[in-house]
Structure formats: structure tokens, C-alpha cells
Ligand binder design. Structure first.
Ligand SMILES: Cc1ncc(COP(=O)(O)O)c(C=O)c1O
Length: 364
């Protein structure tokens, strides 16, 4: 008998990208720019930095296990009942909670593919199956998701916009999909990149929720708020679902400094707009850089990243890394032919331009 659960046999340990410092040292590079993990390129808001400093002397204490203050603030701000708000260790932590709260071995989840790997991994760990529906034209094929739903489907994920392709389904399409969703299935609308969106046809999941739709909506402080390193995200879900996630969460899963920084970030509307505009400009610039080399990114991308088919993602990743730019090869996302590039600061985007020029012209 094996010590280990059979459901984890086929899983591969998560291979995090090497730290910037290690790449720098190994390759003898003076500067390394990381455009690999869809983090926001800007630091936490000043109010968040102050809140962390204020929290520091009390870090001998465990955090507020229910994230009461942050949950209340989010509930009030968005007009959602307190019991319907979930706070977790990143949106990723909430995906994990939703899987743990709903999936028995033999159940299944449905998602598009290539898409965010956590949908698949959290299910697989529990002995559930992830039914991966190929994207249509790099976009979630919502009819295909409906067709893949079976009697044991518990969750259907819509990554909106989709990581790694950046595309988002339009409002009418999404509403028609939700209208046809069987009642035994919970739609998880992952809006991790919500604050970057400037498309009038984009459906705000919280509006859907407030209208009484039975959906879970995910958001995060990791992207535009610049708090990826702290691991804090949030979401809304029907009260029975939110309560079930509370049953499976670890007692103190969101660190005190993370809660404090997230709370202090909520009033940053002006800075968020500024970052959204900079992101849109940076995304256009990256697209222009790629196009100038005959590479056409998938579009329109609504997030802070671009997906581009380069023939062999791993090879271009290696060559760019030697030039001091780390991008994301997409084998683990189901797209070995492509890379994903995160929008950086204006300066970082220009470093990418130079590096790509060197790599593709063979000059280094
Ligand atoms: C679609 C999607 N969902 C969730 C997450 C997880 O974000 P967090 O840092 O909040 O765990 C990411 C992060 O890249 C993402 O792309």
C-alpha cells in the first residue's frame, strides 16, 4: 500500500520560476526583468505600506481568523451581505476552498483549456476530474462548457478574462450561458483581472450576484493593488457556499499584514484608474513590439498580459531569459507553442523590446 493518495500520483510538483536574483547570478546578468507571473508591476499603495508597518509590532498575535474587518468593509462597499463574502489566501486560496467544500472523488469540474491550472489541480488533488473544454478562437467556448456538464459536475469555471489568452466573453453570451446552466452546478466566475478592464461589454460579476444569480465571483489584491506577495483575495458566493468554505479553511489562513494592507488599499480609486490606463498603454506597446517582429498576440486582451504563439514557447523563454527578461512558457497551461508576457512598467516593456530584438535577430 502506498503512503500517498492515488489521486496525487499523476500530479507534478509546482515548478515556480527561479527567483530573479538566482537568474541574475547564474547568467551573470546585471538586470533581470520579470514579466512572467501577471503581478502588477507597481508597489503596494502608500496606505497599504503604512498599514503593514502599523501591523508589524503586533505580528506576535494570530490574525483575525474570520477576516472580519476586511469582509465587513468589502460587504459594505459592494452592497453584499457579510455572510456572502469570502476572504482567502489569494483568489487561488479561494479556488482551493471551493474545491474542498464541494468535490468528492468521482465528481467533476468543467473549465476551458488552456486556462488557469488551479481549476484542474485543485480538482485532481481531491480525486475529481477536470473536464477541459478547448477554447474556441482563444476564448472560452461557453456552449462547449454546457455540453461537458454531467450529473456529477459540481463547478464550472469561467475565467473572465481568461489567463493565459486575455480574452473575455461578452455580456449577452455570458448571460445566455448562465440561463442555461443546470441548477446542480455552481458557476465560478474568475475575475482576477477585473480592475484592469475598460471594455463596456464586460459583465461585472458582482452585478450578476446582486441580481440574485447563483454564482461565485473571484477577485484579488494580487494584481492592480500590488499585493501579490501577501496572498490575499476575496470573492462573493451564495451564503451556503461561503459557509461551506469556512468549514474547510485553515484557522488563520490570511496573514494579519495581508488583511491590514488589503483593507487600506480599498480607497485607492484614483491610483487604480491611473494603473489601469498605464496597463492599457503598456499592453498596446507590447503588442506593437511583438507585431514588429511578425508575432501577433491574441486579442483583444483585457488583462495585464498578452498571449502569443511563437512556435515553441520554452525555447523563446530560454533565449529571452539569457537576455535578462523572464516571460512565462505555457506548457503547464496547455499551450506549449506560446508564451505569455505580463505588462511591465514602461521601462520594463522597453527592456523587453530590446531583448526580443536581440533574440530574434540572433544578436546578443
Ligand atoms: C485567472 C486567475 N485566477 C486566480 C489567480 C490567483 O490569484 P491570487 O494571487 O489572488 O491567488 C490568478 C493569478 O494569476 C489568475 O490568473
Amino acid at each position: 500500500m502506498s503512503l500517498f493518495r492515488s489521486s496525487i500520483d499523476g500530479l507534478v510538483p509546482y515548478e515556480p520560476g527561479k527567483p530573479v536574483e538566482a537568474v541574475q547570478r547564474e547568467l551573470g546578468l546585471e538586470h533581470v526583468v520579470k514579466l512572467a507571473s501577471n503581478e502588477g508591476p507597481f508597489p503596494p499603495f502608500p496606505a497599504a505600506l503604512e498599514a503593514m508597518e502599523r501591523a508589524a509590532p503586533e505580528l506576535n498575535r494570530y490574525p483575525d481568523g474570520g477576516a472580519w474587518t476586511l469582509r465587513s468593509a468589502l460587504a459594505e462597499r459592494h452592497g453584499i451581505a457579510f455572510e456572502e463574502v469570502i476572504v482567502g489566501a489569494g483568489a487561488d486560496g479561494i479556488i482551493d476552498l471551493l474545491a474542498q467544500a464541494t468535490l468528492d472523488p468521482g465528481d467533476d469540474v468543467v473549465c476551458g483549456w488552456p486556462s488557469f491550472p488551479s481549476y484542474v489541480l485543485t480538482a485532481a488533488k481531491l480525486g475529481a476530474e477536470a473536464r477541459r473544454v478547448p477554447l474556441g478562437d482563444h476564448t472560452y467556448a461557453l456552449d462547449g462548457l454546457l455540453e461537458a456538464i454531467g450529473p456529477r459536475t459540481k463547478l464550472v469555471y469561467v475565467c473572465h478574462p481568461n489567463n493565459p489568452t486575455g480574452t473575455a466573453n461578452g455580456r449577452d453570451e455570458l448571460l445566455a450561458f448562465l440561463d442555461r446552466l443546470p441548477e446542480h452546478v455552481l458557476c465560478v466566475l474568475d475575475q482576477a483581472y477585473f480592475e484592469y478592464i475598460d471594455d463596456p461589454d464586460y459583465l461585472d460579476g458582482l452585478d450578476l450576484f446582486r441580481e440574485g444569480r447563483r454564482v461565485a465571483v473571484l477577485r484579488t489584491f494580487s494584481k492592480i493593488y500590488g499585493l501579490a506577495g501577501l496572498r490575499v483575495g476575496w470573492g462573493v458566493a451564495p451564503a451556503d457556499v461561503a459557509t461551506a468554505t469556512s468549514k474547510v479553511r485553515r484557522a488563520f489562513d490570511v496573514a494579519a499584514a495581508a488583511q491590514a494592507a488589503a483593507l487600506a488599499s480599498l480607497d485607492g480609486a484614483e491610483e487604480i484608474s491611473r494603473r489601469r490606463r498605464l496597463n492599457a498603454t503598456g499592453r498596446d506597446r507590447l503588442a506593437e513590439i511583438l507585431s514588429s517582429h511578425g508575432l501577433e498576440p491574441v486579442g483583444p486582451s483585457r488583462g495585464n498580459f498578452l498571449f502569443v504563439d511563437v512556435g515553441g514557447g520554452r525555447e523563446l523563454f530560454d533565449r529571452l531569459q539569457r537576455e535578462g527578461v523572464i516571460v512565462r512558457p505555457l506548457d503547464s497551461f496547455g499551450a506549449p507553442e506560446a508564451i505569455r508576457i505580463t505588462v511591465g512598467t514602461p521601462e520594463e516593456n522597453e527592456v523587453f523590446a530590446v531583448a526580443l530584438g536581440h533574440v530574434l535577430s540572433g544578436v546578443s
